[in-house]
Design a binder for this molecule. Structure first.
Ligand code: C5P
Length: 223
């Protein structure tokens, strides 16, 4: 057993329910929640602010060096000490994050930080490569999936709650675009680890998802 508990890895495609599940499971267990997608988005925000579209490898290399990405005590994402939780939700930042996440140098820096944050255990990490690359020895690996239409609807509702309207067609296109890139990239593509448990959230409520992962975690702690 690790000093602070087990490592729970939650991977899966865009809008499959990772963040909501990871956050609530972490709260119930008193564990740290690390949203690794937010880290890629924070870096994308930095690139967007200083270099624009992010196609200049030299500039990316410089920015990777100056980027300080982490979380505050409430799980908010910090970029060079400032909370950027709100800014990283912009769709253009999500698309840029997906582009930048194919860059080997960017991934190396993020993975190093994620390992540093999670190694002691007592942590729920969510992302695309947690169970396959970041913590292949995680005690519990979950792979969340859901129907693409449902995922677009969930994203639509999230944006509506924030007062932003984006059409369902546009959201579906964005989700499919990011998924395709995540699955097809050469480095750390999105895939289910051989020992991950797949949960389909198309027809389940958030409470059911959280309960299922919580029970699986309890089972691992008793081993
Ligand atoms: O999870 P979220 O949608 O916020 O992630 C934004 C983007 O960051 C994803 O589309 C994906 O390309 C990338 N990402 C990644 N590896 C992770 C987490 C996110 O490549 N572990």
């Amino acid at each position: 057993m690790r000093p602070k508990g087990i490592i729970i890895a939650i991977d899966g495609p865009t809008a499959s329910g990772k963040s909501t599940t990871a956050k609530q499971v972490a709260a119930r267990l008193g564990y740290l929640h690390i949203n690794t997608g937010a880290m890629y988005r924070a870096f994308a925000l930095l690139v967007h602010r200083s270099a624009g579209d992010g196609h200049d490898p030299v500039r990316i290399h410089e920015l990777i060096d100056e980027a300080e990405i982490g979380f505050d005590g409430n799980g908010n994402i910090l970029l060079n000490g400032t909370d950027v939780s709100r800014e990283i939700l912009e769709p253009e930042i999500a698309l840029l994050a997906s582009e930048l996440s194919t860059n080997a140098e960017v991934r190396a820096k993020m993975v190093e930080k994620q390992r540093e944050l999670g190694a002691a255990g007592g942590v729920v990490l969510e992302g695309r490569d947690i169970g396959t690359v970041v913590f292949p020895d995680a005690e519990l690996k979950i792979f969340l999936v859901a129907d693409a239409g449902i995922r677009a609807e969930r994203r639509e509702q999230e944006f509506e709650r924030m007062g932003t309207h984006i059409s369902l067609d546009e959201l579906r296109w964005q989700i499919e675009e990011r998924d395709k890139r995540d699955r097809e990239r050469t480095i750390s593509p999105l895939r289910k680890a051989a020992d991950a448990i797949e949960l389909d959230t198309t027809n389940t409520t958030i409470d059911e998802q959280v309960q299922r992962v919580y029970e699986l975690a309890q089972g691992k702690m008793e081993v």
